[in-house]
Design a protein around this ligand. Structure first.
Ligand code: 13P
Length: 306
């Protein structure tokens, strides 16, 4: 069944667990995500980036996700990830998305507030929930100054004002994570103190972007079959669990699915060079994504919460 992010995250906040927001751009990735959640009876957020929508086509991606979501017994939200383009946001609303992220995080605070307010007004009039972002994603490197670090991370006092003025339903915060497979040069460092302070001062459910763990076994498998993924490094599972214990209710995962897809396909092509049936090749990527998603559901604590 199709629901909004707000509905899913308010339940997660009450139950002190998190729900995964997994990015998709095609049929097979969507199948893997939804099947894994159905098997473990977990709610799920299907996230679609601007580039994924362009790649697949807005109407096609909508049909794929909505058809599978409507057949599923679990709650599924269809979410626009990092919406920045007004026309695309309106396109998503018209094509049945149930949740929109407006990302004004790169604009100055006043501009971010004004932009978010406008999108909230439109979305709330149509029953769609809104995620907004405050602070800039990026790793906390050893060689940046304390001032620089503080400027990037979400400011708790600003978060209070931002949520009050914009009336956003959920808030993405910056505590030291970043998108992609190369998140940290040394040890992973997250600003848990910030998270705790924001949680204490803001009521809305909180979101962690850039939360892939860049699973070592998957990297090893991909590299074994010819990938060259260098010093890939993600957020340790223990840090994800700690962030959830401190109030994160939506954990965004894209990179780990891309890596699993790549590793699965590389393995089958290498092990069975006689194969040329796309279903068998892409199917191997889909199977490994499903396995990874099932592990994530256990880490996030969303199993059995549908
Ligand atoms: P990862 O790159 O860590 O998977 O993060 C994805 C994300 O935050 C999408 O918004």
């Amino acid at each position: 069944m199709l629901v909004t992010n707000k509905e899913i995250q308010v339940e997660a906040q009450k139950g002190k667990y998190a729900v995964g927001a997994f990015n998709t751009s095609n049929v097979e990735i969507t199948q893997a995500i939804i099947e894994a959640h159905e098997e473990l009876n977990a709610p799920v957020i299907i996230a679609t980036s601007t580039s994924a929508i362009k790649y697949c086509g807005i109407d096609v991606l909508s049909s794929v996700v909505r058809t599978m979501a409507q057949k599923a017994k679990i709650p599924v939200s269809l979410h626009l990830d990092h919406g920045t383009d007004y026309d695309l946001i309106i396109g998503c609303i018209r094509n049945g998305w149930t949740s929109i992220m407006i990302d004004g995080s790169h604009a100055p605070l006043e501009e971010n507030i004004a932009l978010t307010k406008e999108i909230v007004k439109i979305c709330h009039a149509t029953g769609i929930s809104v995620e907004a972002e405050l602070g800039r994603l990026g790793g906390i490197e050893d060689n940046i100054s304390v001032d620089e670090r503080d400027a990037r991370l979400t400011d708790p006092a600003e978060a209070v004002r931002f949520v009050n003025e914009t009336q956003c339903d959920t808030l993405a915060i910056a505590i030291g994570t970043s998108h992609g497979a190369y998140k940290f040069k040394g040890e992973a460092k997250l600003a848990f103190d910030r998270l705790e302070e924001i949680r204490n001062r803001v009521d809305v459910p909180l979101v962690l972007h850039g939360a892939s763990s860049v699973i070592p076994e998957i990297i090893e498998k991909a590299n074994k079959y010819g990938a060259d993924l260098g010093a890939a490094k993600g957020v340790p599972i223990e840090d994800i669990k700690k962030a959830i214990s401190l109030g994160i209710t939506k954990v965004n995962i894209d990179t780990d699915l891309r890596l699993a897809f790549t590793a699965g396909i590389r393995e089958i092509l290498s092990e069975k060079p006689e194969l040329f049936d796309p279903r068998k090749i892409i199917g191997a990527g889909r199977a490994l994504i499903k396995e990874v998603v099932k592990n994530k559901i256990e880490v996030l604590g969303s199993a059995g919460k549908a």
